[in-house]
Design a protein around this ligand. Sequence first.
Ligand SMILES: *[C@@H]1O[C@H](CO)[C@@H](O)[C@H](O)[C@H]1NC(C)=O
Ligand SMILES: *[C@@H]1O[C@H](CO)[C@@H](O)[C@H](O)[C@H]1NC(C)=O
Ligand SMILES: *[C@@H]1O[C@H](CO)[C@@H](O)[C@H](O)[C@H]1NC(C)=O
Ligand SMILES: *[C@@H]1O[C@H](CO)[C@@H](O)[C@H](O)[C@H]1NC(C)=O
Length: 330
Amino acid sequence: MPGFLWRSVLILQASAAIYTAAQFSPAKTYEEWWAYKEAVQGSFVPGPAFWGLVNSAWNLCTIGKRQSPININTSQIIFDPFLPPLRLSMTGTTVSGTMHNTGRHVSFRLDKEQPVNISGGPLLYNHRLEEVMLHFGSENSIGSEHLMNKETSAGEVQLIHYNQDLYSNVTEASRNPNGLAVISLFLNVADNSNSFLNRMLNRETITRISFRNEATYIQDLSIEDLYPDTFGFLTYQGSMTIPPCYETVTWIVIDRPLNITSMQMHSLRLLSQNQPSQIFQSMSDNFRPVQPLFHRGLRGNLDFRKPGRKCKGANYKLHIDRPTSSKNAN
Ligand SMILES: *[C@@H]1O[C@H](CO)[C@@H](O)[C@H](O)[C@H]1NC(C)=O
Ligand SMILES: *[C@@H]1O[C@H](CO)[C@@H](O)[C@H](O)[C@H]1NC(C)=O
Ligand SMILES: *[C@@H]1O[C@H](CO)[C@@H](O)[C@H](O)[C@H]1NC(C)=O
Ligand SMILES: *[C@@H]1O[C@H](CO)[C@@H](O)[C@H](O)[C@H]1NC(C)=O
């Protein structure tokens, strides 16, 4: 079988390359061997086109038919008047957590003590917020993973939640049906900035994670600040946008962007993919290219073809429940 042979050759080449990579940096594991660009520090590291070929556990990245991100063609969104509003449920008003330079993303992971759940919209289960992840470009014209009518944005903020009704942690959820729910917000470069991003990306905070593996603790962030006052959304079934590309994600893309200043974009671009002892390589352009839609449907809570047609008015606001401190609820 030519197909089989071709695959064996690839696997052999990959194994040889892994062997070489392992010799240069013994700490790196096979699970870590991927990148957004093919060359990192002069040696080959598999970029998006190779993710599914170098590791059989990642083959969905290549052969999957429900991959993300996608180009969202607004004329193909089906208006679903029965989509309920998104509902946030949490014990307090703010959260604390650790912001990390993972070498690939800026990642904010919440402390375990202050759970934030999302439900409603297309979601049939309670999903718990695990991580806020930032993708961004080297220029303002690129950076988002999803495209809107072929248009890119300066970046994309992804709120990664896992199904806490069915699974005990994000790892288990990510490989199982209805495991993950990701809320996506586009970044818009403006002269003002979203207050959550303002806290995360001020000079004092962001410079503490200049290099790979650096982290800093941030307190009193308000997750609700990431949601616009009013917004519509569209939803589709897709995948994780990083290996292993499991097809377990319900994507919810918000139709209003978050503002970010050019100063904040600049400080993001100054983050290095590498450790201080290694050469500087900007983390920017950490997005996966769009994947084919195939026969998937896009659903929205407003009619993008006839802007007047919407669900009931209250659906365009985030609903917030605070079960254990109802006196603070609004
Ligand atoms: C979040 O969802 C889980 C699972 O349904 C539930 O046990 C927990 O009480 C919820 N937490 C909050 C703050 O709503
Ligand atoms: C969006 O879809 C419509 C209808 O299928 C098509 O005519 C149009 O060219 C598409 N636009 C983009 C930007 O892909
Ligand atoms: C996640 O949950 C699974 C199943 O309960 C368990 O086997 C695994 O050790 C957990 N992983 C982490 C990182 O906690
Ligand atoms: C974002 O910035 C634009 C342009 O400055 C402004 O019109 C808009 O109101 C801002 N959005 C928010 C949510 O503040």
